[in-house]
Ligand binder design. Structure first.
Ligand code: C2E
Ligand code: CA
Ligand code: CA
Length: 261
């Protein structure tokens, strides 16, 4: 083993220990941020995605892209994930008082789906808050797990039967056998930001989004496009018939209080 490998390992263990202690100490340093999801047909914000943030004394703000894999490796994503659901459901209940059909999207890790009673946990959180299941959207990332893991499919079916909405996240980046899309109980397809970055100039990206819009109309799902930062992108996507837009153009993820303002 090299010295660098060893140091990387020790650094990772240290972050994991800090994450563990944050979780044990009442989720200290964690906060759920919300990013607006804009409805193009009613020209208004009708939902938000819940996105976790972690601010620790030692490491400051660290991106979830870096700390979520560490939480997954140690299964700490299970208690944290349940806490995120509780927070997001409480927030959703509050915002439904202002906009009755407001939806909050919650990201699920496959570790939560495979290694915990995610359906039971979700039900527990919802029952406590007494809100309609259809106001909650669970997002799962596109991957081979969706198509091949019977346990994942069973969980998605249970969510469907209970009336929750389901979204497939990062669509177009992972395992994209279009055939499985029609077999899953999906309500929403979220097209990944990589297709949007150059969409104004890129004919392929435009054709891809158009294809997904047409496909979704046929199978009765809605489309969310992620990573929209400019007006030109928004105008084009609206013309293509995209239902919902998420991106810095309408707002970055922010704390609930800021979101409300
Ligand atoms: P994601 O689920 O695909 O979330 C969208 C990410 O894109 C967010 O990054 C958001 O801030 C970013 N984003 C949205 N619009 C724009 C834009 O216009 N431009 C740019 N450059 N970025 C944009 P974030 O919050 O850093 O989260 C990264 C990833 O971490 C998420 O990707 C998701 O995979 C994971 N994650 C975040 N929160 C949670 C959580 O509560 N649970 C789980 N399991 N994963 C989470
Ligand atoms: Ca997501
Ligand atoms: Ca995404």
């Amino acid at each position: 083993y090299s010295k660098e490998q060893y140091e990387t390992y020790i650094h990772k263990m240290d972050i994991q220990e800090h994450l563990r202690s944050s979780i044990i100490n009442g989720f200290n340093g964690f906060e759920v941020y919300y990013q607006p999801i804009f409805n193009t047909s009613c020209n208004a914000i009708r939902g938000a995605e819940a996105l976790i943030r972690w601010n620790s004394d030692k490491y400051g703000f660290m991106s979830p892209v870096d700390f979520i894999p560490l939480l997954e490796e140690s299964s700490l994503i299970i208690p944290l994930g349940k806490w995120i659901i509780t927070q997001a459901v409480q927030q959703c209940k509050k915002w439904c008082g202002i906009i009755p059909d407001f939806t909050v999207n919650i990201n699920l890790s496959f570790v939560q789906v495979i290694k915990s009673d995610i359906v039971g946990d979700a039900m527990e959180c919802i029952t406590q808050e007494d809100i309609s299941h259809k106001n909650i959207v669970f997002e799962v990332t596109e991957s081979g797990e969706l198509e091949n893991n019977p346990m994942v499919r069973n969980v998605l079916r249970s969510f469907e039967l209970l009336g929750f909405k389901l979204a497939i996240d990062d669509f177009g980046t992972g395992y994209s056998s279009l055939n499985y899309i029609k077999q899953l109980p999906l309500d929403i397809i979220k097209v990944d930001k990589t297709f949007i970055d150059d969409i104004v100039e890129d004919d392929y990206a435009q054709a891809f989004v158009k294809l997904i819009v047409d496909l979704s109309k046929t199978i009765g799902t809605k489309i969310v496009v992620e990573g929209v930062e400019h007006k030109e992108q928004y105008d084009l996507l609206k013309r293509l018939g995209v239902d919902y837009i998420q991106g810095y153009y309408f707002g970055k993820p922010v704390p609930a209080k800021v979101f409300e303002e």
